[in-house]
Design a protein around this ligand. Structure first.
Ligand code: ADP
Length: 266
C-alpha cells in the first residue's frame, strides 16, 4: 500500500525546477539592468527569453553561468540555485560551472584551430579523456550530436573558421557538448545565419532537448513559438510574464506582453 501511495504521489507531484532564479538584480556600475527577476527552468525543456532589445535578456542569461563575473563593474544580487545549490556560493568553481552550463553565442566563434581541436579543446582542459582513443571518440560523438559529423568527417584537420556560418555555429554547439554539460545557454544563436542554416540549427536545438536543458535568447517570436515549451517575456529589466509558450502567445495575461507579441512595440 505504501508503495502505491508513493507512486501516486510521484505521479501528481509537480516537477522540480532545475534552475531557480529568485529576485535577481544586476547593475553595471550604477545602472540597473535587471530588477528582481525570478524564473524557474525545468529539465529537458527549452525556455525562450524574448523582449525588446536592451531589456536584459542576455544579462540574465549570463548570470546563469556567472559570465557576468568577467564583466568589469557588473554586480549580481539575488539567488540562483542549480539543482538546489547556490551557484554564487564561494565554494563554487566557475570553470566547472561553465562546463556544466555551456554557452553558445550570437556570432559563431570557432577558435582559429582545426575542427578536431575546436571540439577537443574543452575535454583537454577538463581532462575528460584518458587517452587519444577516448578523445577521438568524444570529438566524433559531439560532432554527431551537433549534426555536423557527416559534413566534416573527412576534413577534421581543416580549420574551423573555413566552414559556412551555419556549420560554424554547429561546431560551436559541438564544442559546448564535448564538455558534457547539463544545460546549454544560447544567446540569439541563429541571428547571424541564413534561413536554411537557421532551420537546421532550430531542428538541432529541438533534438538536443531530449538530453539537455536549453535556455535561448531570441529576438524572433516565431522561433520562440516554434521550438520552446516555456517563454519568458522581459521588459525594461523585469520579467513581465512567463508560462507555457502556447499560452503566452495565444492568451497573454499582461497587456505589455499582448502589445509586444502583436507588434505594437519592440
Ligand atoms: P538584451 O539582451 O535584452 O538586448 P542586455 O542584457 O544586452 O539586453 O542589456 C540590458 C541593459 O544593460 C542595456 O541597457 C545595456 O546597455 C546594458 N548593458 C549590457 N551589457 C553591458 C555592459 N557590459 N556594460 C554596461 N552596460 C551593459
Amino acid at each position: 500500500m505504501q508503495m502505491l501511495a508513493d507512486i501516486a504521489s510521484t505521479d501528481t507531484a509537480e516537477k522540480n525546477a532545475m534552475i531557480e532564479a529568485r529576485d535577481v538584480s544586476v547593475f553595471y556600475d550604477n545602472k540597473q539592468a535587471l530588477k528582481d527577476v525570478s524564473l524557474d527552468v525545468f529539465e529537458n525543456e527549452i525556455t525562450s527569453l524574448i523582449g525588446p532589445s536592451g531589456c536584459g535578456k542576455s544579462t540574465f542569461l549570463r548570470c546563469l553561468n556567472r559570465m557576468n563575473d568577467t564583466v568589469a563593474g557588473c554586480r549580481v544580487e539575488g539567488t540562483i540555485l542549480l539543482d538546489g545549490e547556490d551557484i554564487y556560493a564561494s565554494s563554487v568553481d566557475e570553470v566547472l560551472l561553465r562546463a556544466r552550463v555551456g554557452m553558445v553565442f550570437q556570432k559563431p566563434n570557432p577558435f582559429p584551430k582545426s575542427i578536431y581541436d575546436n571540439v577537443a579543446y574543452g575535454p583537454r582542459i577538463h581532462g575528460l579523456a584518458k587517452d587519444k582513443d577516448e578523445l577521438d571518440d568524444l570529438v566524433l560523438t559531439s560532432l554527431e550530436k551537433a549534426g555536423l559529423l557527416k559534413e566534416v568527417r573527412d576534413r577534421l584537420n581543416a580549420s574551423g573558421t573555413g566552414l559556412s556560418g551555419g556549420q560554424q555555429q554547429r561546431l560551436c554547439i559541438a564544442r559546448a557538448l564535448a564538455v558534457q554539460p547539463d544545460i546549454i545557454l544560447m544567446d540569439e544563436p541563429c541571428s547571424a545565419l541564413d534561413p536554411i542554416a537557421t532551420a537546421k540549427v532550430e531542428e538541432l536545438i529541438e533534438e538536443l532537448r531530449q538530453n539537455y536543458t536549453i535556455i535561448i535568447v531570441t529576438h524572433s517570436m516565431q522561433q520562440a513559438a516554434r521550438i520552446s515549451q516555456k517563454t519568458a517575456f522581459f521588459h525594461l529589466g523585469e520579467i513581465v510574464e512567463v508560462g507555457d509558450t502556447e499560452q503566452l502567445f495565444t492568451s497573454p495575461s499582461d497587456e505589455r506582453t499582448q502589445g509586444y507579441i502583436t507588434g505594437r512595440f519592440g
